[in-house]
Design a protein around this ligand. Structure first.
Ligand code: GDP
Ligand code: CA
Length: 308
């Protein structure tokens, strides 16, 4: 069974760890968000792709919730000492990866190929596909101004309420190599419990990816990132409240109108009526450990009528 998963960073990565526990990783294709990418200190950073890579290869710092385990911060301390830009936290080990990626891109290697080389070197079995090789960047509109995603999220600690989200570059963005093929070859398409606006939204802003989902001939199942109407972490609940008008499963499903056949929700949010076209399936969705993530992935596949 081939499975394609649309994913953001940390929430998506946790879910993917479950997916590769119930499906042969060689049959899993991940379409990753790249609209959070940032150029900082001359380095090209792809936080969502890297969260996925680190989590699936066992390199992630589970306690901190992002970045690599055993990380040290000497390079950034020096940057700070020298008055350089140090607000975006880059650890020494992490920087090593960014050096390699940046060098490849500078020589004209597309992000998709750079990602393939890096994931291959680290032994990732699943296929990690950037949603696009084209420049696609999320901007957050607030009453304090419009900010690039990482400025709002990291530097401002996502404190400003969001009035609108824009995906700069989306009209020109084409799917990355292999993305449409992976969606076409999939027996099931899953949407990870990632932030609908800033993680999945930019992927769906690539017109040909959205069209592929609209025209799918296989089931597509999303997993809600909310439990009891609250985000496990991050601003997804506040964004849904403001941009969709609430935080119920119906509000989450509204982000994926016409694109999903079922939404996996937490028992705390059941029962939910999502209309005639979308079923809701309730289970425990908190991924406390790998086993819980596996159970959630199995529930999502089950909801797609393709039990693992
Ligand atoms: P980011 O790109 O690193 O911000 O990560 P994602 O967008 O992929 O994931 C963030 C979302 O994951 C948040 O909205 C969280 O509510 C959600 N999330 C994190 N852990 C869990 C979990 O255990 N269960 C569920 N259902 N959602 C989770
Ligand atoms: Ca992200």
């Amino acid at each position: 069974m081939n499975v394609a998963v649309l994913s953001g960073g940390v929430g998506g990565a946790r879910f993917l760890r479950g997916v590769i526990g119930v499906v042969d990783p060689g049959n899993v294709s991940i379409v990753g968000n790249v609209a959070d990418d940032i150029e900082v200190l001359g380095l090209r950073v792809s936080p969502d792709l890297d969260s996925i890579l680190y989590t699936l290869t066992g390199l992630a710092d589970e306690e901190r919730g992002w970045g690599r385990a055993g990380e040290t911060w000497q390079a950034l301390d020096t940057v700070d000492q020298l008055g350089g830009e140090s607000w975006f936290r880059l650890g020494d080990r992490d920087i090593g990866l960014h050096l390699v990626r940046t060098e490849l891109l500078r020589h004209g290697v597309p992000l998709s190929e750079a990602t393939e080389r890096i994931t291959h070197a680290l032994g990732l079995e699943a296929q990690l596909l950037p949603a696009t090789d084209d420049p696609l960047r999320t901007f957050i509109e607030t009453s304090e101004g419009t900010f690039p995603f990482q400025t709002w999220f990291v530097a401002r600690g996502h404190r400003d309420e969001v009035d609108a989200v824009h995906y700069a570059g989306s009209p020109e963005a084409a799917p990355g190599p292999g993305v449409l093929e992976a969606l076409a070859a999939a027996d099931v398409i899953l949407i990870a419990p990632s932030n609908p606006y800033v993680s999945i939204g930019p992927i769906l802003a690539v017109a040909e990816i959205r069209a592929a989902l609209e025209q799918r001939t296989v089931p597509c199942v999303a997993v809600s990132p909310l439990i009891g109407g609250r985000a496990v972490k991050g601003p997804a609940d506040r964004m849904l409240q403001r941009l969709a008008g609430g935080t119920t499963p119906a509000h989450v499903a509204s982000c994926y109108a016409g694109l999903i056949d079922a939404l996996v929700i937490d028992e705390a949010d059941a029962p939910a009526d999502l209309g005639a076209d979308v079923r809701s399936v309730a289970t425990r969705t908190l991924m406390t450990d790998v086993e819980a993530a596996r159970r959630l992935a199995a529930a999502a596949l089950d909801a797609a009528g393709a039990p693992a």
